[in-house]
Design a protein around this ligand. Structure first.
Ligand code: FMN
Length: 201
């Protein structure tokens, strides 16, 4: 089947991260963002694509910081309430009945019950006429121990990360599973050694 090019996103299962921000008055905002990716290994940058008119966008420009909250499928029912248009003066923690978690490095709080939190300082905004790419520098990365394996990696069977696959009229929420195959980074290199391995020590 040949499809319209803009439907490309329907073939890339996307994470659902909840971006929390505050404005100058301290009013708190939450919005789900799926156009979300780390920028290469081992940088500490994260990129989100944002439409121009978002309280999230305005808050990031105002405060130069934000939190990427990664949750499990138990937050699926929080997606629509936080994605609904609300006036900037509405506290979306109250509106969506979400509890806040104090951040360690930045002022903006995160979301309690997430399996991981990325506290970010604004690195750069790439402005385009119809969208912006927001680059954040992760200044504190934290994960809830109860979703980690003994080696510190994410136990996806426990965390059940919230994902979605789009279709022509909406989003199908889903999660990910391990398939029982692990390959070291070094496997990509002719000598079997990962040139970045020192960074991970
Ligand atoms: C699953 C999901 C993913 C979304 N991803 C994005 C995204 O990556 N970028 C974006 O600009 N809007 C995205 N949106 C739309 C915003 O979440 C929505 O417009 C929200 O109301 C923005 O809130 P704000 O104005 O408080 O920032 C997404 C919505 C949903 C439901």
């Amino acid at each position: 089947m040949i499809l319209k090019p803009f439907l490309r996103e329907n073939f890339i299962p996307l994470p659902v991260g909840f971006i929390s921000t505050i404005n100058k008055e301290g009013i708190k905002n939450i919005a789900p963002y799926s156009c979300l990716m780390p920028v290469l290994r081992p940088l500490d940058l994260i990129c989100i694509a944002s439409a121009k008119r978002r309280d999230t966008m305005d808050n990031i420009k105002e405060m130069n910081e934000f939190v990427v909250n990664m949750t499990g499928i138990d937050f699926a029912h929080k997606v629509v309430p936080t994605a609904k248009h609300t006036a900037p003066e509405v506290d979306e923690y109250d509106y969506a009945n979400i509890e806040e978690k104090q951040s360690r490095v930045i002022k903006t709080p995160g979301i309690k019950g997430s399996y991981a939190w990325m506290e970010c300082e604004l690195f750069k905004i790439y402005e385009e006429p119809t969208y912006n790419l927001i680059m954040g520098k992760v200044v504190n990365l934290e994960a809830d121990d109860k979703y980690l394996k003994k080696d510190g990696s994410l136990d996806v069977e426990k965390a059940k990360p919230l994902f979605n696959v789009g279709d022509s009229n909406g989003m199908n929420f889903c999660t990910v599973n391990e398939i029982g195959l692990h390959e070291p980074f070094g496997a990509m290199f002719p000598d079997g050694k990962d040139p970045l391995s020192k960074k991970y020590e």
